[in-house]
Design a protein around this ligand. Structure first.
Ligand SMILES: Cc1cc2nc3c(=O)[nH]c(=O)nc-3n(C[C@H](O)[C@H](O)[C@H](O)COP(=O)(O)OP(=O)(O)OC[C@H]3O[C@@H](n4cnc5c(N)ncnc54)[C@H](O)[C@@H]3O)c2cc1C
Length: 394
């Protein structure tokens, strides 16, 4: 039976991108979002060439370029001294190497852009899905307000605590990673001139790391402090953090950390959870994407990028096989699950390597990176050409 209608649950980066890709392929799409307003947090998001290619295919790359910052390089530095450990040039290189550059944005800017490109009536706010059921001809989505809708396909893009995932795989909790993310956005004009470089700067040290990069054309600076902590496990971007607590955790670190944290009006904290790769993302007419399918640690800055890739591939497979949505969804899973699972596991590994407390392991890591950069200066410090070079739009 031909696929016409797709219900997408969740208006995060994954759900909105999927909706745009599906609409581009001619599907009738409705996005159901539990919140009564779109409220992506005031934090940054990095978009690698693999995600930017999707937005280029959807005609959004120019609009993103107008809202974003293009960092010069990815630079791994010592948390203590700030000394450079490994630099990967991005600006001026990625455009040739990957056909498109690396962009950093305020999440809220990206979410507003994506939502603004949806035709009127597609986004339904204040609709919290409760459960979903497969039927022979349609899938039915039930909402907390007692209403329900039928569609040919239901896409669960409802994040790490996905209700749709629960339907597929039963109830269980994501894994607390033992790490808390503190974050903030500072105004560039509030910082001493020349303090920061125009890079994605990653400071690494025992049990913690600290990342900063410019966003919104260089008007703002986003920073994220990832620190191993087991005492606090709440997951909410709106939980405020005390700057003094962050400064205590990063005592003895390079002074840039204290400068950025103390020049930020509001700091927030968020406990990091992830999951082991799931055995399946699809059941009949129901499919998962983004964090609902593969929540990961943020050390490769790829959770959102994978969600963006998922949305594009899902739309493509449904369009290619619109007579058989079940087969199309199985092909979507076969195309996406191995890649996203590999990124999930590698994100954990980068966390371990970057934040190792062992002095011997730190020396070995830094020597390995120095040697790698000497032999292959163009290679990314994390050897992730297989992530950035993959083109889901081909
Ligand atoms: C500190 C940190 C830094 C990161 N940095 C990056 C980065 O630089 N680059 C990158 O690519 N990724 C990054 N990530 C990962 C990225 O944030 C996530 O992978 C991405 O936001 C997942 O998008 P999503 O659309 O799948 O889910 P979400 O963004 O979680 O969106 C889910 C949506 O579903 C809605 N929803 C939930 N339940 C229901 C329901 N029952 N009914 C209706 N709606 C519902 C929610 O309200 C929400 O709007 C980072 C993560 C962290 C924690």
């Amino acid at each position: 039976m031909t696929t016409h209608s797709v219900a997408v649950v969740g208006a995060g980066l994954g759900g909105l991108t999927a909706a745009l890709a599906l609409i581009d392929r001619g599907f009738e799409v409705t996005v159901f979002e539990q919140s009564s307003e779109l409220r992506e947090v005031g934090a940054g998001v990095q978009l690698g060439p693999n995600a930017m290619r999707v937005y280029a295919a959807l005609g959004l790359d120019r609009a993103i370029a107008d809202l974003s910052f293009v960092p010069e390089a990815h630079v791994v530095r010592s948390g203590k001294t700030g000394a450079t450990i490994a630099t990967t040039q991005m600006k001026g290189v990625y455009e040739t190497q990957y056909g498109i550059g690396y962009h950093t944005l305020l999440r809220a800017d990206l979410q507003s852009l994506l939502a603004s490109r949806l035709p009127a009536g597609v986004l339904r706010l204040g609709k919290k899905s409760k459960s979903v059921a497969n039927g022979t001809a349609k899938a039915t989505l039930h909402f907390e307000d007692g209403s329900s809708v039928e569609s040919d396909v239901v896409v669960g893009a409802d994040g790490i605590h996905s209700a749709i995932r629960e339907h597929l795989l039963g109830k269980d909790s994501p894994r607390f990673t033992g790490t808390v993310a503190y974050r903030g956005v500072a105004k560039a004009e509030a910082l001493p001139p020349g303090l920061l470089t125009g890079d994605v700067s990653v400071y690494i040290g025992p049990h913690a790391s600290f990342v900063y990069y410019y966003i919104r054309r260089g008007e703002l600076v986003n920073w994220v402090a990832l620190a191993e902590e087991t005492s606090w496990q709440q997951e909410s971007w709106s939980s405020e953090a005390d700057a003094a607590d962050i400064l205590r955790l990063y005592e003895g670190w390079c002074p840039i950390v204290a400068e950025l944290v103390s020049k930020t009006d509001r700091c927030y904290k968020w406990a990091l959870f992830d999951r082991d790769p799931l055995p399946r993302w699809v059941d009949g007419r129901i499919a998962l994407l983004g964090d609902a399918a593969h929540p990961m640690m943020p050390y490769l800055a790829q959770g959102g990028c994978m969600a963006i890739e998922d949305g594009y591939v899902l739309a493509n497979e449904l369009a290619k096989d619109s007579d058989d949505p079940l087969r199309a969804l199985r092909r979507y899973q076969a195309a996406r699950l191995p890649r996203a699972s590999r990124v999930q596991l590698m994100s954990r590994k980068v966390a371990r390597v970057n934040q190792t407390p062992s002095l011997a392991a730190r020396i070995a890591r830094d020597l390995r990176l120095a040697l790698q950069k000497m032999l292959h200066p163009e290679q990314h410090a994390y050897k992730i050409e297989w992530i950035y070079g993959f083109d889901v739009t081909r």
